[in-house]
Ligand binder design. Structure first.
Ligand SMILES: N[C@@H](CCC(=O)N[C@@H](CS)C(=O)NCC(=O)O)C(=O)O
Length: 214
């Protein structure tokens, strides 16, 4: 059976769990990282020397890096559905996936999410968070243009690109940051929130993760 190591509240684990659920694959998830700890045990370091979650074990094949795991699962178990069958569509899904991790992740997760949830207000860089929120808004305007007239990122069909960009959107729309009006992104996000796999694995209330004074 497929195994995933990582706590359910980790955004990088959430991408993988959402993918498994969309593909309907039986799996087991093992709580590790965060307050569960155990990332620096010799057993875990053998699986991922970076001491990071998630890690996937597919019948002895170990894989880390969440985007690589999602693509692997989509290609192996969802070719023609979650992974577009056509070479060009696959490349387009890949493009948006890399865009999300290189363009959105730092500002949204490392600056805004970590700054507002995992840091006390007294230590918060409010100006840095506001600047990051403005950059995210400007970058999401690019996504808004892509989504014009489309249900999902590549068109009518949901793909792994929606997973790898869409996982970030729950945090984006639920953090107290400034957001420009982006109607296509908003309606796409509403479509994602209607999916039960998204509700179960991504829409996890993160207010409980707040540190004291945040
Ligand atoms: N680029 C890596 C980043 C992995 C990462 O930073 N994971 C975080 C959780 S989101 C982690 O392991 N943090 C330590 C912990 O949870 O204890 C990936 O996408 O898999």
């Amino acid at each position: 059976m497929l195994k995933v190591w990582g706590r359910a509240t980790s955004i990088n684990v959430q991408k993988v769990m959402w993918t498994l659920a969309e593909l309907g694959l039986p799996h087991e998830r093992i709580d590790i990282g965060g307050h569960f700890g155990k990332l620096d045990t010799p057993e875990f370091i053998r699986m991922n020397p970076n001491k990071r979650i998630p890690v996937l074990d597919d019948d002895g094949f170990l894989l880390w890096e969440s985007n690589a795991i999602v693509r692997y699962l989509a290609e192996t178990y969802g070719r023609g559905s979650l992974a577009p069958a056509g070479r060009l569509s696959f490349a387009r899904a890949d493009q948006w996936s890399d865009w999300a991790i290189t363009t959105l992740y730092h500002d949204l997760i490392l600056t805004c999410f970590v700054g507002m949830i995992l840091k006390a207000k007294a230590e918060r860089d409010a100006a840095g968070i506001a600047a990051a929120a403005r950059r995210i808004g400007a970058n999401l305007a690019i996504l808004d243009a892509q989504l014009e007239g489309k249900a999902f990122l590549l068109g009518d069909t949901f793909s792994f690109a929606d997973v790898l960009v869409g996982t970030y959107m729950y945090r984006y729309f639920n953090l107290g940051i400034e957001r420009p009006r982006l109607p296509n992104v908003q309606s796409w996000y509403q479509r994602l929130t209607a999916r039960s796999a998204y509700q179960t694995h991504v829409m996890i209330d993160f207010s409980g993760m707040k540190v004291a004074g945040a």
